[in-house]
Design a protein around this ligand. Structure first.
Ligand SMILES: Cc1ncc(COP(=O)(O)O)c(C=O)c1O
Length: 458
């Protein structure tokens, strides 16, 4: 657009039907994140409800992606919409330096869900900022600089969060380590340790971490940042004992254990926090997404009493104009209350145990392209391969392939939108997905996978 538009003549003055093409895909003036602008064809979404969204041609899709795995409570939940409206009538915004009852209540509800000894919440506007602040809290608390994180992880798009990230989205943004060091977490299917069992993978991954800590210098390490269950990088539930081993290494060396629960938290794994599945208590917990399903941007860090004590007298140097935004906190209060009232976390556990887990695992035997299915709750990955014996991925690491494009096209044609990355499809519906919706999603995946099977062997 070359001409300037005054506030009075802004886009809202133009009828939407005239401003954009009637249907299909369009790019317009929006610069899309993580995309080559001339190549992407974003779907125009007109509306959404529960586990479905609808494009502007009226076609309905079962949302097996939860968008960017954030709509844990589904779309347009009436109690959350009402909570946002009520807060908008009461108070739209207020400085984070003032106290505010809605913000207080959101923090209280979050701490009530957290383990004993975690009684403070630093609010941010998203998950990347949450990771950024967890890093800063750990550094200021310990007086050390280095942060350790795993390959095959995603921690966000801001500077430190990107540097902590262990997947290709870091590559174009990596201008040096920024004090971050990567190590290998456990991943038996593609074991970096040549392990043959979960027990071996766990023991060897812990030995490897011990070595990295020893060689980097324990007294230089502020924190170890771990997605409890790595999400975008592959939904790899850690073997029993691994996180307890990490906790022990952190305790021994005075290192802050930071659990990144931005994707895995707030019901996704069938527990409020994913670390509850593994009997560990971190020092700092980052959250965002599911805390209010992203209806209004919100993230934060839950802080242990020991770390919080470091800032009783000393100023914590960090914050944002919108930290703990009242509309976002209003959405969080309504979301957490609705999730409790409607037993949505319990539903996620049930769907994982009884529907998604068994249903998706059956696909391994049925389809040559499905190498492994893994996950828990409403958090499942299908690892797709060209050849089950060699485990060669159906798309290269960091890339795509005609096989994956055709598979995703076949899902879309049949009214299903899963999450996907490289050679994987993730089945990650909302936590309140119904049994029949989950079964419908599996049935569509089953059909669509025959398209991927055609690329296997030979
Ligand atoms: C584990 C994890 N950490 C951090 C982030 C960054 O969150 P945001 O995109 O809200 O900045 C994400 C986003 O997907 C994530 O999955």
């Amino acid at each position: 657009m070359t001409q300037t538009v005054s506030a009075a003549e802004d886009a809202r003055a133009v009828p939407v039907a005239e401003a954009v093409p009637a249907s299909g895909t369009q790019r317009g003036h929006v610069f899309y994140p993580w995309s080559a602008q001339g190549v992407i064809k974003p779907m125009m979404v007109a509306s959404a409800e529960g586990s479905y969204f609808t494009d502007d041609a009226g076609k309905r899709y079962l949302d097996f992606s939860s968008q960017l795995v954030n709509t844990n409570i589904g779309h347009q939940h009436p109690k959350v919409v009402a909570g946002i409206k009520a807060q908008a009538d009461l108070l739209c915004t207020i400085s984070p330096l003032h106290a505010n009852r809605t913000r207080d209540e959101a923090a209280r509800l979050i701490c009530e869900l957290a383990p004993e000894g975690m009684n403070k919440v630093l609010f941010t506007c998203d998950g990347s900022e949450a990771v950024e602040h967890a890093a800063r809290l750990a550094r200021q608390h310990t007086g050390r600089i280095k942060l350790l994180s795993t390959y095959r992880s995603y921690h966000g798009s801001t500077t430190t969060a990107t540097n902590l990230t262990g997947e290709p989205r870091r590559w174009p943004n990596d201008y040096g380590s920024a004090g971050t060091v990567h190590f290998f977490g456990p991943f038996l299917y593609r074991s970096p340790f040549h392990a043959a069992s979960e027990e071996q993978e766990c023991a060897r991954a812990l030995q490897h971490l011990e070595q990295v800590v020893a060689l980097e210098g324990p007294a230089t390490i502020a924190g170890i940042v771990l997605e409890t269950v790595p999400g975008t990088a592959g939904i790899m539930p850690p073997p029993p004992g691994y996180l307890a081993g990490v906790r022990e290494i952190c305790d021994r060396h005075g290192i802050v254990y930071i659990a990144d629960e931005v994707m895995a938290g707030f019901g996704r794994t069938g527990r409020w926090f994913a670390f509850e599945n593994y009997g560990v208590v971190p020092d700092l917990v980052t959250f965002a997404k599911g805390v209010n399903s992203g209806y209004v941007p919100l993230g934060g860090v839950i802080i242990s009493d020991a770390v919080a004590a470091s800032f009783e007298e000393r100023v914590y140097a960090g914050g944002h104009t919108y930290s703990g935004h009242p509309l976002a906190c209003g959405a969080a209060v309504a979301t957490i209350n609705a999730m409790k009232e409607e037993r949505i976390v319990e539903n996620a556990a049930f769907i994982g145990d009884k529907v998604l887990g068994p249903g998706l695992k059956e696909l391994v035997d049925k389809h040559p392209s499905v190498g492994e299915v893994r996950g828990l709750g409403v958090f499942w990955a299908l690892e797709l391969v060209k050849d089950k014996a060699t485990r060669e991925p159906l798309a290269p690491y960091g890339g795509s392939s005609p096989a994956m494009a055709d598979l995703l096209g076949a899902c879309k044609e049949r009214g299903l939108v899963p999450f996907s990355q490289f050679n994987r499809v993730h089945a990650v519906p909302p936590c309140n997905v119904s049994e029949s919706e989950a079964r419908d999603g599996i049935a569509i995946l089953d059909e669509a996978l025959t398209v991927a099977d055609a690329y296997c062997g030979g």
